[in-house]
Design a protein around this ligand. Structure first.
Ligand SMILES: [Zn+2]
Length: 309
């Protein structure tokens, strides 16, 4: 079985203001990196357009409809200081959701070994009823709920190694013991949540890292806290909120990971999935704002998913 890669040119049409770090070139940079010969065996599919109901798996229907109603025909609608909608935003956000659901279908249906969704806008800052931090719909959360609803899975884990805490994912599953959420992130940093004391109903593990921390501290947090908790939870599906902005080159934060760290973390999460989840891993792109760091990290991530040495 092969690794599935989901993308769509509509992800280029979510326009952000000039100079905004969350920009269409991010998708182009990842796609270019994955054009290398060793990725020729990826199974590539277009991200399907999800109905609003799909986003409503992780958000109240009224919130989803309010976002859809805000989408402008021309120009831009500002949601918060750094989050805005352009005419292409709603389609992109719904294709991100659709790609995540299809990835779950293909992996849970045994047609793909694992999957990587290369989409924007990202999702992990989107709370149940609040768009923020470049995010509108929580793609990883939709994937988890879809796996439970459409495939009958009981326990789903989401591991988030984006440099920012996934406040949205934590908010959505705060009282839901069927979904485990673990995050490594820089603290202090946007959005300010993610203290180790934030534990939900025991289903949440937060590992704040200090500015300047690098490979050693990240791997220690994974091995001491995240991976043992994942093994205890024994997920039937592992979802990765794959943000690559903890890379040393990234301009938005101050962790010092390398692309090798993302490959290592991916392999460790695949090992968890092998032990408990028949190897099922679905990864969705979150942040990553230095194009070179993003491209190299995404390539290392996909190398791991494909089992490259
Ligand atoms: Zn981020």
């Amino acid at each position: 079985m092969s690794t599935l890669l989901l993308c769509h040119r509509a992800f280029l049409d979510h326009a952000t203001p000039p100079g905004h770090p969350e920009r269409p070139d991010r998708i182009r940079a990842v796609e270019r990196a994955l054009e290398q010969e060793r990725f020729a065996h990826l199974c590539r599919l277009d991200a399907p357009l999800a109905p609003l109901e799909a986003a409503a798996l992780a958000h109240p229907r009224a919130y989803v409809e309010a976002i859809a109603a805000l989408a402008p025909d021309v120009g831009r609608v500002q949601i918060d200081a750094d989050t805005s909608m352009s005419p292409g935003t709603l389609e992109a956000a719904l294709r991100a959701v659709g790609a995540a659901a299809l990835a779950v279908d293909e992996v849970c249906g045994g047609r793909a070994a694992n999957a990587f969704v290369v989409a924007r806008p990202p999702g992990h800052h989107a709370e149940r009823t609040r768009a923020m931090g470049f995010c509108f719909f929580n793609t990883a959360a939709v994937a988890a709920r879809h796996a439970q609803k459409a495939h009958g899975l009981g326990r789903v884990a989401i591991m988030d190694f984006d440099v920012h805490h996934g406040n949205g994912t934590q908010d959505i599953f705060w009282q839901d013991a069927s979904v485990f959420y673990a995050s490594t992130h820089q603290s202090p940093c946007y959005p300010g949540t993610g203290a180790a004391s934030e534990r939900g109903v025991g289903n949440i593990v937060n590992c704040p890292l200090a500015p300047g921390d690098g490979s050693a501290e990240f791997r220690e947090a994974m091995e001491a806290a995240v991976l043992p908790a994942l093994d205890l939870f024994a997920p039937e599906l592992v979802i990765i909120s794959a943000g690559f902005d903890a890379h040393w080159r990234d301009p938005l934060a101050d962790l010092r990971l390398t692309e090798a760290d993302f490959g290592w973390a991916t392999r460790k999460l695949m090992d968890v999935a092998d032990r408990h989840a028949r190897g099922r891993v679905v990864s969705v792109l979150e942040g990553g704002y230095d194009l070179e760091g993003l491209a190299r990290s995404a390539a290392a991530h996909v190398d791991a998913l494909m089992g490259h040495a």
